[in-house]
Design a protein around this ligand. Structure first.
Ligand SMILES: [Zn+2]
Length: 677
């Protein structure tokens, strides 16, 4: 599945909405008017700066952030709402909030956590220490995975590529401490420096855990050596966009025989997975390499690797020295954040992660009403109609593919706000005085929940984002689009604002998600969600030629003054942004009653068409630290916000017209404009 911004699926940006926002009807008046713009910068020169300059000036990057934009501003409002709910819950007086209250209270009790030092992690470290033989690996890995300690590989349910209604078991690559394999393999100076910093960080963590500095440094070198071996056999992010490469159905029997160094039979039994015979392995080459790496690595070094990952997973929830060291590397060095976020924010996020739907139902009561839903349904219908009209008119798509595309569009389902049925957390034990234990048990509870799906029919009502999440996604295996309540708030969506701004913001997001069903990844899945290419070869070729234009366009953009965007990695998202905004404009034109109304100035001096472009820019206003921009350029399938705005509008002749731009202006690509949808 694909989200609207970094950190797809479950981890998203994990934030959340407000007490101030609580009275739904009152707070939006200010948001309904046009945002301030910078008239010293021409919209035709740099639309992002023109539209976002005032916001950026008024919102300097907070020290605790590596990136901050209107997206995050909204997430912060959502988080304030959650905070309010959790503070009340922790007092233990609000009915129906005992569990979220206890979880939050344990997390906020910094004094007790600091006093305990490393003690809460000791049982896990001793368990790793007790490993006597590589034959016992499987049981240990199973136990670590049950606590959310991600070592060696991943295992879980996967919707079958061949039969979309079935859930099967799947194994996947994993086990790295740095965010991507490229960090281990790239030769450039910056990557080498980061590797040095990572090794120092691992050393520091072992030292905090009680090792002498020299012994700790040796351990860090062993971790680096082993992870580098794994990185070498890890499939690149770019390759993973090609779903066919991930589609390797096999039997469990054949899989276990292919990688005998780990006793996978013991592993699946110990994680309590349902018995299964058929499965998928996302990356067979990884497991071959993993098998070899385990065979050729010292038992002692393997134990060191496990210990490092136990420390890494636990660090944010241990005493202050661990929290600080973890932040110094992952927050500061890797992402450029200057300051650790306040504890209440980290604990609110943790509660959203661990008890998302339990907390989410209280959020929805505060922040999402039937009037939101009603207006969203109108926009969804408008966007769907616009896309159908667009497909019918495409000059590069043949009639056969068009028929199937229209069928896929018509059967695409939509979910708005929150689940119809909330998850039951009864089986999760939460203790008021055991933060790390709560985290470990929550990971185990999640694991059990997900593994129980193996062998069952897919539940299409399930959500992969919690209600307060500021994000949205298209799920190709289910052919549905999903909009959590968290994003259905200003500036994305103001149910009282006029259409121009709304269609440019959430309207374009709706269009963005819809087109994912038809882009380079989505078109590999049919209307039911089966991995089946339904395009004629000729149309596929034409699509790719159209898409190449976007690969080249965005590949020429830079971030941090020295790093190019990866045009291929970001292709799907760029196609969706361009298609989304274009469809939103078509939908708006219909909604306001045609071209004339679209281009006629309102009382505030702006045309609905201009407002659409401002609405689009308004959701991406942001600034970022160079470290974060470089990190994202490597790992994020979305382009940097500035390019999401300027790259998209410069491809649209309607934009040039709306702002009277000259053909030579930077925001006018003219003949070079890329257009897929
Ligand atoms: Zn997307």
């Amino acid at each position: 599945m694909k989200g609207l911004l970094a950190g797809s699926c479950l981890s998203a940006i994990g934030l959340t909405l407000t007490l101030g926002l609580a009275p739904l009807n009152a707070a939006h008046a200010a948001q309904s008017t046009m945002p301030a713009v910078d008239n010293t910068v021409s919209p035709c020169q740099d639309f992002f700066l023109h539209a976002c300059g005032p916001w950026i000036k008024a919102n300097p990057l907070p020290a605790e952030r590596s990136i901050y934009g209107t997206f995050h501003e909204l997430a912060q409002r959502n988080q304030n709402t959650l905070h309010d709910i959790l503070e009340k819950a922790a007092k233990g007086t609000e009915p129906g909030t005992a569990k979220i209250g206890a979880f939050y209270a344990a997390c906020m009790d910094e004094t007790a956590v600091d006093k305990a030092g490393i003690a809460p992690l000791k049982p896990v470290l001793s368990q790793i220490d007790a490993l006597k033989d590589k034959k016992q690996l499987a049981a240990l890995v199973a136990s670590l995975h049950q606590s959310g300690i991600d070592v060696l590989f991943g295992f879980g349910p996967q919707q079958s590529f061949a039969k979309a209604e079935d859930t099967i078991a799947a194994f996947d690559q994993g086990g790295l401490g740095l965010p991507d394999r490229d960090y281990y393999l790239n030769d450039d100076e910056r990557s080498a420096t980061l590797r040095g910093a990572y090794e120092k960080h691992v050393t520091a963590m072992f030292t905090l855990a009680g090792d002498k500095p020299e012994a700790a440094a040796k351990k860090a070198a062993a971790v680096m050596a082993f992870e580098t071996r794994l990185a070498r056999v890890t499939m690149s992010k770019q390759d993973r966009r090609d779903t066919q490469k991930l589609n390797n159905p096999t039997s469990f029997k054949a899989f276990t025989a292919s990688a005998p160094a780990i006793d996978f039979t013991t592993y699946v039994r110990d994680v309590k997975a349902p018995v299964f015979a058929d499965m998928n392995v996302n990356d067979p080459a990884f497991f071959k390499g993993l098998d070899q790496a385990i065979g050729e690595t010292d038992l002692g070094d393997l134990k060191t690797y496990f210990q490092w990952h136990a420390l890494r997973a636990a660090a944010p929830w241990l005493a202050k020295p661990f929290v600080d060291e973890n932040f110094a590397f992952y927050g500061k060095t890797l992402s450029g954040a200057q300051e650790l976020r306040p504890r209440w924010k980290r604990c609110t996020d943790a509660a959203d992660n661990a008890l998302g739907e339990d907390l989410g139902k209280h959020f929805v009561e505060t922040a999402f009403g039937p009037e939101h839903k009603k207006r969203m349904l109108v926009m969804l219908d408008d966007l769907r109609a616009a896309y159908a009209a667009d497909i019918k008119e495409l000059d590069w798509m043949g009639p056969e593919t068009k028929t199937r595309a229209l069928e896929k569009l018509a059967t695409m389902e939509q979910k708005i706000g929150y689940p119809e049925k909330w998850r039951d957390y009864t089986a999760l034990a939460v203790k008021k005085d055991d933060l790390l234990g709560n985290q470990f048990r929550s990971a185990g509870f999640e694991n059990a929940y997900h593994l129980s799906k193996i062998g069952k029919k897919v539940d299409k009502n399930e959500w992969f984002m919690t209600p307060p999440t500021v994000n949205a996604y298209y799920d190709p295996s289910q052919n549905n689009i999903n909009f959590p309540a968290g994003i259905l708030q200003p500036p994305f969506f103001d149910f009282q604002a006029d259409d121009g701004l709304n269609y440019g913001a959430i309207g374009a997001v709706i269009g963005h998600e819809m087109t994912h069903g038809f882009d380079d990844e989505g078109r590999g899945f049919d209307a039911k969600g089966n991995l089946k290419d339904w395009w004629t070869a000729d149309d596929a070729k034409k699509f790719e030629a159209k898409a190449q234009c976007l690969v080249d366009q965005y590949g020429s953009y830079q971030v941090a003054g020295d790093t190019n965007q990866n045009g291929k990695l970001t292709l799907g998202e760029n196609t969706a942004d361009n298609g989304g905004l274009r469809l939103a404009l078509m939908a708006l034109k219909q909604r306001v009653g045609g071209e004339k109304a679209l281009t006629t100035k309102g009382a505030d001096g702006y045309t609905p068409e201009q407002k659409l472009f401002y609405g689009w820019a308004s959701v991406w206003c942001s600034s970022a630290r160079p470290e974060a921009e470089r990190l994202r350029a490597k790992t994020d399938p979305h382009s940097a916000p500035r390019h999401r705005v300027n790259g998209t509008v410069s491809n649209m002749a309607e934009f040039a017209q709306a702002f009277n731009c000259k053909p030579t202006d930077p925001m006018v690509r003219g003949d070079k404009a890329c257009k897929v949808w």
